[in-house]
Ligand binder design. Structure first.
Ligand code: B4P
Length: 189
């Protein structure tokens, strides 16, 4: 069972590459950002709570996100593997993934979990996000998201490196070059 986590700052290509790798490996691409945005646009209770945080560039509180991911990982298509894009984003979310993996496969190694860190310089990130122009892609929110990334998500690089599960990948290249490099790292033939 292949379990892949995409780390990386906003705009590093997580969503783009996670979708491509999911297609190659034939496992579901689970993006917490996409699930949250779908809830915001349907104006569900979860979406109404999440919107304020997302508009500011802050992380949505763990409890809302953890319940949402737990439900998604119970779906039948996720039983043969998954790619998590944008989750975990905090150490406590990473601990949650470890607990759930232990529950599901009974091993203490976290199964075949692999974490990808997409590395891209800040000026390139800002340029990409401003060009995309999503609702939360204005300059002030982007700056806040980068700060939140450095404070809360970057520590996960060490978390997965310590466990021998990290692949560092240079994301400042063409999309096809990044995909080729990821494929080699995650699914060598
Ligand atoms: P996300 O949806 O995860 O958004 P993101 O970090 O901006 O990355 P995204 O995946 O969309 O962009 P990508 O790098 O692929 O999160 C949005 C918000 O949701 C968060 O701020 C937070 O509030 C909330 N949230 C989500 N998950 C959460 C969690 N676990 N806990 C708490 N809150 C959570 O691509 C960006 C752009 O770059 C695209 O336009 C793409 O086309 C372009 N691009 C990609 N690769 C490129 C390349 N190689 N060359 C040129 N351009 C490229």
């Amino acid at each position: 069972m292949q379990q892949v986590i995409f780390l990386g700052p906003p705009g590093s290509g997580k969503g783009t590459q996670a979708a491509r790798i999911a297609e190659i490996l034939q496992i579901p691409h689970i993006s917490t950002g996409d699930i949250l945005r779908a809830n915001v646009s349907r104006e569900t209770p979860l979406g109404q709570q999440a919107k304020t945080y997302m508009d500011r560039g802050d992380l949505v509180p763990d409890q809302l996100v953890l319940d949402m991911v737990e439900e998604r990982l119970k779906e039948p298509d996720a039983q043969k593997g998954w790619i998590l894009d944008g989750f975990p984003r905090t150490v406590s979310q990473a601990e949650f993934v470890e607990e759930k993996l232990l529950d599901s496969d009974g091993s203490s190694s976290g199964g075949e979990l692999q974490a990808i860190n997409l590395d891209v310089p800040d000026d390139v990130l800002v340029e990409r996000l401003l060009a995309r122009g999503r609702q939360d892609d204005n300059e002030e929110t982007i700056r806040r998201r980068l700060q939140v990334y450095r404070e809360q998500t970057a520590p996960l690089i060490e978390f997965y490196s310590d466990r021998g599960q990290l692949h560092d990948v240079d994301g400042d290249r063409s999309m096809d070059e990044v995909t080729a490099c990821l494929k080699k790292a995650i699914a060598p033939e």
